[in-house]
Design a protein around this ligand. Structure first.
Ligand code: LMR
Length: 334
């Protein structure tokens, strides 16, 4: 009797697995992110969805959740590790709290002179090696997506390093960014991206640093009187998946998803500059925030004031990694 029951359930299981019902239900990829749809990351996520569903002929369904609708910064990484969400694209600055400090090298002020240099790093052996560090945390790194260069905003004019003294700045969860604002004698405060607008509006913080596309789509320019065009740092993303989820996918699903990710990456990275240029134009048009440009002398003073950040970061991300990054950067500009 018992043997019969077991045999029957095995048969049912086999039927269930091979049966038409399970063949029809698609694999769901929840892709959560914290920015607006109308940003480089938001558009990249939509492009991935379109291509992934097309290349798997509907066997995969990608659900994109923008604007922190599912999770805020810190929670989304925990949710990915738990498998509650399958795909994310956090900025490089957000991996420190997981114990992966190396990605904070991207936060060093003025480390990237241009996007060409960035590409050299992310597409070379260094970029691949950094992605591999994620494995130990149950995460697979699939691609690097650009946003762009950061600008400083506040309700006071930020021109010289002395202007930053005592100003409360919202930062992402990166110790390198903390050191950057400490070098300027400012008061950095870690805060989730979704909370920045309100914190600026209510005066919980006085200022923040971000890309034009993030400033514009979060309406930060409406609650900041001045934005200084510093281009002092970079925001970019690592597209990541839950490692077990990814490894368990059959090859005939994972391969088309890999192709979709490659094409979505090319798409996102070729139009990120335009997204930021367009956002800057819209901010200018709104007249809500005054845009300040620095003279070469003022720019040099900012660079000098932030130099100590490199020494501080060496203890965190390691001097050899900084040297390697700088070497790659130099070879790209030669
Ligand atoms: C931020 O937290 O300021 C950014 O990393 C948000 C994002 O994902 O672009």
């Amino acid at each position: 009797m018992r043997t019969f029951a077991i045999a029957a359930s095995i048969a049912a299981l086999a039927l269930g697995l091979a049966g038409p019902a399970s063949a029809q239900s698609p694999i769901i990829i929840k892709f959560s992110h914290v920015v607006a749809t109308d940003t480089p990351k938001g558009k990249g996520a939509e492009k991935f969805k379109e291509l992934a569903e097309k290349y798997t002929a509907g066997k995969v369904k990608v659900e994109v959740y923008p604007n922190s609708t599912l999770y805020k910064d810190k929670e989304e990484l925990e949710a990915l590790q738990l498998g509650s969400v399958q795909m994310l694209a956090p900025s490089n600055s957000k991996f420190g709290p997981l114990g992966i400090r190396e990605f904070e090298v991207f936060d060093l002020p003025y480390i990237l002179p241009d996007m060409k240099t960035l590409r050299k790093v992310t597409e070379g052996p260094l970029g691949t090696r950094l992605l591999k560090l994620l494995d130990a945390k149950g995460i697979t790194g699939l691609a690097y997506w650009d946003n762009g260069f950061k600008q400083m905003s506040a309700n006071k004019k930020l021109v010289t390093p002395a202007d930053y003294q005592g100003v409360k700045f919202r930062i992402q969860s990166s110790r390198v960014l903390q050191a950057q604002f400490k070098a300027l004698s400012s008061l950095p405060q870690v805060m989730a991206f979704s909370e920045v607008y309100q914190a600026l509006q209510t005066g919980v913080v006085d200022g923040q640093e971000n890309t034009w596309s993030n400033i514009y789509t979060q309406k930060m320019h409406e609650v900041q009187k001045y934005i200084t065009e510093t281009n002092h740092g970079y925001i970019g993303y690592v597209v990541i998946v839950n490692k077990k989820f990814w490894d368990d996918l059959p090859a005939d699903i994972r391969d088309p998803l890999t192709k979709a990710m490659k094409e979505a990456t090319d798409f996102s990275n070729t139009q990120s500059q335009k997204e930021n240029d367009d956002a800057l134009a819209e901010i200018k048009k709104s007249g809500k925030s005054e845009i300040i440009k620095l003279t070469p002398e003022q720019d040099a003073a900012m660079r000098k004031a932030m130099e100590p950040v490199y020494k501080d970061a060496a203890g965190r991300v390691g001097q050899p990694l900084i040297d390697e990054f700088l070497k790659e950067a130099k070879s790209a500009t030669n």
